[in-house]
Design a protein. Sequence first.
Length: 399
Amino acid sequence: MKKNLYIKSFSLLLLILFLTGCWSAHEIEELSLEVGIALDKGELSSTEEELEKQDELYPKKDNITVTFQTVNTKIASAGSKSGGSEQKAYFNISETSDSLFQIDNEISLRKGRPLTGYHLKVIIISEELLRMYSMGDLLDSYLRDNDIRPSCLVLISKNRASEVLESNENGEIPSFSLVNMVENKNISTKILPPMPLAKLTGIMKSESSFLLQNIIPASGEVKISGAAVIKGKSKKLIGFFNEKDLEGISWITGKEEGGLVKSYYGEKEKLIVYNIQSIKSNIIPHINGDDISFEVKVQTDGNLSEDWVTSEKSSNNKFLKEVEKIFETEIKQLIMNVVQKMQDDYQVEVAGFGNQLKIKYPEIWNEVKVDWDETFSKIPIKYNIDVTISNYGTFISYK
């Protein structure tokens, strides 16, 4: 009996030990959760200028300004939208130097809680900075940091990147909103697939040119607007694609579903809108001796979601065939315009032509991959577009 009692007592003590919880745990209110980072050309904030006047700071050059966005844990833990508080749900703090790692350390001299990077969602880089420095140099310290998740997204802004981390809406945390906006890729052909650090590392290592989504701020709001073109060899920003250019990229890659194509019908240019349901795209390489060419085949199915043409024509088969041809021409023009920018304006290939050549003709690819951007700029491309309108909606005769 005594032996059983000892065993039970010992088991109870062990159970109590396991119920004590994690000794190193911290309450959320005690943490400084870093969720967004903005990288800009060096520009001292008013706070930094005041601090420098009062004391001689560490030796540095004011090359880069980093803005850190952290969660206002008091608001977040209380429920930011239920309390009616006018306080922002986030804090932004900036530091300027020439060392990104040193900037991170200097923040600890200005905040009571050290930054915690496990929950970092986005890194935004300004156009001005990325024309000065390579993407590899700017992201080096973050790629080395084990605290930062490889799923962190990378974005570009034509304006100062710090402005993207501002919001006028109570309870909103801009870094979280940016992630949600990028997830709308299945609604619009103007949104690129997300570019996390993990994917970006492989692209930079291959020295392939690529696109990064551009975000523009205005009056405390932001909008996705086109993309930055990054040269593979230099890893620097060389230009921008606008929204229509991204539509052309989406038609080439076929990765996006959803979105619309707008055009006009007849001499009076009556508005017609095609609602995309599916896109199937094939990039077909052709080899003839030493000559390379490509064919882009696109098949799409969708609805006539809006038309301002007379009601008598709206459900007429002949009319629908005419409209299909109009949309085929519109889509072909979108593709041709962005290919012209790739080949003539920037001399880069960012739409997957090289990947298809590598898959179908690996030996040829090995011969041209070193100077692929320049080689691609001289390659002829043909286009074959097939649009099918499978539905024109419920017809209501009131026009």
